[in-house]
Design a protein around this ligand. Structure first.
Ligand code: 5GP
Ligand code: MN
Length: 357
């Protein structure tokens, strides 16, 4: 029996069709995503701009923070970034589509203007639900089983029979590549590889993508990383590892927020770690937290204790307080959370005594 990995799950296809009913030609549509947009947010926005142009829809991107330099190669043609105009760029739109967000608060300074918008709001997302979703059915495609929002955008193209050209394929590849940690995290499903194969077949070059996304950092990124790694804390008994970054470090090293993506993978890479944390002092009385699970620890539940959220294995939060105070509170909560979470049985290869191997 052939295995059709690309088949769109029926519920997802229905949700896409319901959302698309309102996407009429001539629509002026703003696209937005979370503060400090990542590859999935930017890639989904860029891909949607290409795809919806085929339906005569005029897209503009209006993000709460500037378009990341590292994803500048996705702009051009129908992909227009008007984030610099702020809420003014939302004034003459017919509709708004928010991607890669389940919580309106993640729109930062655009949250209030968006709440006040008199136009229809759409949302395509794969995060766990929050108390304030950016849109409601039938204008919502929310599917936590999707590896990335980009996977849902790929399915939108399939369901609506839109052509994925090489530019759209590049944008979708960036979305999948970054949200799966380079096709390594637990959301790297067989379907993700099947979609990636489709994108490669449309002209995406994986080495070029790798270099642009992971091998284009500034020297300051490595110097900053060296400083952050010096702060490494490990609680071996609990399976907890963390690093932190003091206020002003990004400015000192000339490093952008998007270049900090992946820093939390370093504490996560330590053997025995069940939960990894990255604390970043933003310098104005707020600390940005990244939570990563290595195994069965539900970090979304922990992030929610601090007003954040995300996915079961990768979540974030923005917490008011000094670095020291926030670190104290979060580490205590993390230890309690780990104590409540049953330990997994180790993989068979680990269970075999070294001498017996
Ligand atoms: P990161 O640690 O890379 O910033 O984020 C990890 C995941 O958690 C991403 O899916 C991101 O969208 C989500 N996330 C990050 N920060 C926040 C936050 O402050 N609130 C919520 N609800 N989700 C967040
Ligand atoms: Mn995502």
């Amino acid at each position: 029996m052939p295995l059709d990995l690309l088949a769109v799950p029926p519920d997802r296809a229905d949700a896409i069709r319901a959302l698309a009913a309102d996407l009429r030609p001539g629509l002026a549509l703003a696209l937005s995503t979370h503060i400090n947009a990542d590859g999935d947010g930017c890639g989904s926005e860029a891909a949607l701009s290409h795809l919806l142009a085929q339906r005569g829809i005029d897209c503009r991107i209006v993000n709460p923070t500037p378009w990341p330099t590292m994803f500048r190669f996705l702009l051009g043609g129908p992909v227009v970034d008007r984030s610099a105009d702020g809420a003014a760029a939302l004034r003459d739109i017919d509709a708004l589509m928010v991607v890669d967000i389940s919580d309106v608060k993640r729109l930062g300074a655009l949250a209030d203007p968006v709440r006040a918008l008199p136009v229809p709001r759409f949302c395509i997302d794969h995060h766990l639900p929050s108390d304030e979703p950016p849109a409601i059915a039938p204008r919502l495609v929310a599917d936590t089983t999707a590896s990335a929002t980009g996977e849902l955008v790929f399915d939108l193209a399939q369901v609506l029979d839109l052509e994925i050209d090489s530019a759209a394929a590049t944008a979708l590849y960036v979305a999948l590549l970054t949200d799966t940690g380079g096709f390594r995290f637990s959301n790297t499903t067989p379907r993700v590889h099947a979609i990636a194969a489709q994108l490669l077949a449309r002209g995406v070059d994986p080495e070029t993508m790798y270099r642009r996304v992971y091998a284009s950092v500034s020297p300051g990124r490595l110097r900053l990383l060296a400083e952050a790694l010096q702060t490494l804390g490990v609680d071996e008994a609990a399976g907890l590892s963390w690093i932190s970054l003091g206020a002003g470090a990004t400015e000192r090293y000339g490093v952008t927020s998007e270049e900090l993506d992946g820093v939390v993978e370093h504490p996560r890479s330590i053997a025995g770690t069940r939960l990894a944390l990255f604390f970043r002092d933003l310098g104005h009385g707020k600390v940005k937290l990244s939570f990563r699970s290595a195994g069965n620890v539900d970090v979304n539940a922990l992030a929610r204790e601090f007003g954040g959220g995300g996915h079961a294995k990768a979540s974030g939060a923005l917490v008011v307080g000094s670095l020291e105070e926030v670190q104290g509170r979060v580490l205590a909560a993390a230890r309690a959370h780990l104590a409540r979470t049953p330990r997994e049985t180790p993989p068979v290869s680990d269970a075999v005594p070294v001498a017996a191997r």
